[in-house]
Design a protein around this ligand. Structure first.
Ligand SMILES: C[S@@+](CC[C@H](N)C(=O)[O-])C[C@H]1O[C@@H](n2cnc3c(N)ncnc32)[C@H](O)[C@@H]1O
Length: 413
């Protein structure tokens, strides 16, 4: 967001060059904006608002202080990257107080949600920033074209992934984030948005779920519920979520995307759910294991369905000849024999990229789920590993994986 108006000194055209040199010498010229025409055929030279008190109009030329509405950014300002603009703006704000220590403290990256920038936890921590008060956050917003500024703290280890975000500029924390054509709204001070899940959100959006009933066991603000409804064609989603702030955000986003009538939110209590789902999403890391019995219970008992099981899995460094981190399982049936992958992701060489640790986690999980289903229904079930997706690297040698596991009641012998 550029300023709506800036102060400027207007003078006759013939004095413009002299005035410019003078303002530059005194470091008063605001290089972010172009010179502009002023009434009476004059030229207006933008000057820095924060240095107006130092401005003395030169007596040897006719000058007037006025304000330019909607100033036009200079060519140099338009060429600068946002990070550079931010640094330049702060440098100007601090004047002689600028130091290498402060420069290191200026962030190079941030998240943007609509008109809000969300800064990382470690930005602007040096003591001198505090003295600037709200002027600092105004400058950050202006340099980055935002209206609100917030800073992230640690995510609380409270099971609800509550972020400790502080609002630094603005009246409220509700933002709207558009991603793959879906509108997500949430309060940044109450809920978090995980940009790292983008590949999984896209994959989910492309799954063929037409006519299916889905249970999303850890719905959050709707990261997966919404793509399942909006793009994947799910007929109905039961969204389970126990954090009331996330429930509120999910409700609003369902309305925004026109799919409220195809979703029931189970806030905190999913116990009455059983025998309803063609598909169950278990999007909880580091492990969704506590939800496996619930997933087995909600799966349709006569036809079964597919589970998407998220888990963080540790594996040694990838062997050098493996081309990529993205995993794609050569599918394996419950009997363990290899068979062709049945998912679009299966065009990767079957099994070749699947690290041994990932494979053994997928097979172990499949065996556990088979056991749970057999115990629950008193008859054998079959499982097939359809696909293993490596969503992202979570920590050194730890990957966030998603196992797509098909589960069907075994036909009577
Ligand atoms: C990691 S966030 C989830 C979001 C989304 N699935 C993702 O992966 O980005 C996990 C969500 O599950 C919720 N949650 C955790 N355990 C839960 C439970 N037993 N019942 C309902 N919600 C739960 C948390 O409140 C949180 O909003």
């Amino acid at each position: 967001m550029e300023a709506a108006e800036v102060p400027a000194v207007a003078t006759e055209r013939r004095f413009a060059q002299r005035l410019r040199e003078r303002l530059e010498e005194e470091r008063l010229l605001d290089g972010r904006y172009r010179l502009q025409r002023a009434p009476g055929g004059r030229v207006a030279l933008p000057v820095l608002e924060e240095k107006l008190s130092q401005l003395c109009l030169p007596p040897e030329m006719p000058c007037e202080l006025l304000r330019i509405q909607e100033p036009v950014p200079s060519r140099a300002a338009r060429r600068r990257t946002p990070a550079r603009r931010l640094r330049d703006e702060l440098r100007r704000l601090l004047g002689a107080g600028w130091s290498a220590e402060l420069e290191r403290d200026v962030p190079h990256a941030w998240q943007r949600h609509g008109d809000m920038v969300l800064l990382s936890e470690d930005s602007f921590r040096a003591a001198p920033w505090d003295r600037l008060g709200s002027a600092l956050w105004q400058a950050v917003a202006s340099a980055l074209g935002a209206r609100r500024v917030a800073r992230r703290g640690r995510v609380m280890p409270d099971g609800m992934r509550t972020p400790s975000v502080t609002l630094l500029l603005g009246q409220h924390g509700w933002v709207e984030h558009v991603d793959n054509g879906i509108r997500y709204t949430f309060d940044v001070t109450k809920c978090m948005f995980s940009p790292g899940n983008i590949t999984e959100k896209l994959r989910v959006a492309s799954l063929p779920c037409s006519g299916e009933v889905l249970v999303d066991l850890y719905a959050g603000i709707g990261y997966f519920t919404l793509p399942f409804l909006v793009h994947a064609g799910a007929a109905f989603v039961h969204a389970c979520e126990w954090n009331s702030h996330a429930v509120e955000a999910l409700h609003r986003s369902l309305v925004l995307n026109g799919v409220r009538d195809r979703c029931r939110i189970h806030s905190g209590d999913s116990r009455q759910l059983r025998d309803v789902a063609d598909r169950v999403n278990l999007g909880l890391i580091p492990s969704s294991e506590e939800g496996w019995p619930v997933a087995c219970r909600v799966l349709k008992k006569d036809t079964g369905g597919v589970l998407h099981i998220h888990h963080n899995v540790e594996a040694g460094p990838a062997p050098a000849q493996l081309p990529a981190e993205r995993g794609s399982a050569g599918a394996a049936s419950s009997a363990g024999e290899a068979r062709r992958p049945t998912e679009p992701g299966g065009e990767d060489t079957p099994g070749a990229r699947l690290r041994p640790e990932w494979r053994s986690w997928a097979e172990g999980t499949a065996a556990r789920i088979r056991g749970l289903l057999a115990e629950l229904h008193g008859r054998p079930w079959r499982t097939s590993v359809l696909h293993v997706e490596a969503v992202k690297s979570y920590a050194p040698h730890v990957h966030h994986l998603v196992l797509d596991l098909e589960c069907r009641p075994a036909p009577p012998v």
